[in-house]
Design a binder for this molecule. Structure first.
Ligand SMILES: [Zn+2]
Length: 255
């Protein structure tokens, strides 16, 4: 008998905290969630598992910031206006985050003074905090993905059957059908990924990336830096598509 077992992530809400968001580039309200890893058999777990850390989720942009278990913080039991949340959970936040606040001001007011290293830091940070979106998307079979995959299969088979009578050798017909299906599958996967990146990632990167105005070479450098992390967001990041998205976005507009 084949038994499926492993570790399953469990999430427990723990309150709210005021914190710096590297995607919004501002102090924001965050929802705090404690992450546990529990053993499962057939995806059913019978324990809470062991705590492994916390995620802070920005209530404005959805970015996730991770905290190790040994990093202490104080939460409020309910969401409240930012100034009250700062007072209750993170009163020294402006001192704690002063380097980020200063860099953010420089980015907004004097972007031409940013060094290449500062520009790379500003381009990379939001991608780390949004990377969970692509990881989640990559592990889900979406309806659009399934439908476009099936359409690629049907169209590929149709191309093969249309060309079939024109070609003598049956092996060539099988080859052409297979290449058509694989080609169309590849196109449908990259189309869906690009659409996902535009909707979920580029739209959130927009305020920072419009302020920095990165070159194609800089985005390619960001991709290269992300490569060892094996994060899907790095693989799916497309410099040309991102630049086209930014060029079509009016400055200062939020989607
Ligand atoms: Zn945010």
């Amino acid at each position: 008998m084949f038994i499926i077992w492993g570790k399953k992530q469990k999430r427990f809400p723990e309150g709210f905290i005021a914190n710096w968001c590297a995607v919004c580039h501002d102090m924001r309200e965050f929802k705090v969630t404690r992450i546990h890893l529990a053993s499962h058999v057939y995806y059913i777990s019978f324990s809470k598992g062991d705590p492994v850390g916390h995620t802070f989720t920005c209530q404005h942009c959805g970015a996730e910031h991770y905290r190790n278990l040994d990093q202490a913080f104080h939460t409020a039991s309910e969401l409240k206006p930012l100034d009250l949340l700062i007072e209750e959970t993170n009163p020294n936040c402006m001192e704690i985050w002063q380097e980020d606040v200063a860099l953010s001001e420089k980015m907004r007011q004097r972007p031409q003074e940013l060094s290449p290293a500062e520009r790379q830091h500003l381009l990379l940070q939001p991608l780390y905090h949004l990377s969970y979106l692509a990881e989640k998307q990559g592990s889900n079979v979406t309806l659009t993905g399934l439908l476009t995959g099936m359409a690629a299969f049907v169209l590929g088979a149709l191309i093969g059957s249309l060309l079939g009578p024109l070609i003598d050798h049956p092996l060539w017909v099988v080859g052409i059908t297979a290449v058509s299906i694989l080609g169309l599958l590849y196109l449908s996967i990259s189309y869906n990924r690009n659409r996902f990146m535009r909707r979920e990632v580029y739209s959130r990167l927009k305020p920072v990336y419009l302020a920095i105005q990165p070159s194609e070479a800089e985005i390619i450098q960001t991709k290269i830096t992300l490569k060892p992390t094996k994060l899907k967001i790095g693989d799916w990041l497309n410099a040309r598509a991102l630049l086209k998205f930014l060029a079509n976005s009016p400055a200062g507009a939020q989607s």
